[in-house]
Design a protein around this ligand. Sequence first.
Ligand code: SF4
Length: 244
Amino acid sequence: MREIIEIPLDKVKPHRTDVLRTQGVTPGKDTSHNVEKPLRKAIELFLEYAHPVGVLGDIPLPQFEDVYKGDGKNETSTPLDEIFKKAEALALFAVTIGEEISQKISQLFKKNELVLGSMLDGAASVGVDNTADFIENHFLTMLIKRGAATSATAVLRYSPGYCGWHMSGQKKLFTYLKPEDIGISLLDSFLMRPLKSISGVLIAGPREIHVFEDSYPFCAECKTHSCRERIEALFKESRYNNRV
Ligand code: SF4
């Protein structure tokens, strides 16, 4: 099944602490007027210029194996190699918050409104992440309705360009899913346009299948080790409290 999903703005509105984090401001600290004012304005502009939408398509394991292989440029061993083979269900996805917000960000930088431009860029990054979270949640809800998942099932997303899955994997993903239908195109560099877009695979299965050590050779170059936070969040009860 393939579905295009219009996503309500209020479901993906960036939280102020997440936006502050993108600006290197520690959440919980008192913020000055110089930070508060552009922060409020950035969230206002997000609500004016963001247009969240997603596309989701089930994919059987053998077809995903082919998409994942891409042009054969993946690292020899990756976390995803092991994880997708243990999946109970797989879906390709792409989400975007549209081109208009990127244009607004460029406009602010051109007008030398650097603080507001950077704050809006941060808000847009948080917003597109929230949009991908919404789709993860939507997929899990769909599976539960079909009787294909339980409360013990976890859905996590993985994207080309990260953790050993080569960027060129985008080519086959686009051929299979056709995110062009929601206005996302693939550039020769394998980056997407609009820039504030995310694509990848959603993997559903028992939480434990998503657990791995961050000891792959390419992990030595990783600046964030964000997989640790994602794995930890899987075992927190609140993760799926806001099912759609
Ligand atoms: S340490 Fe970084 S590169 Fe390695 S699996 Fe985790 S997020 Fe991916």
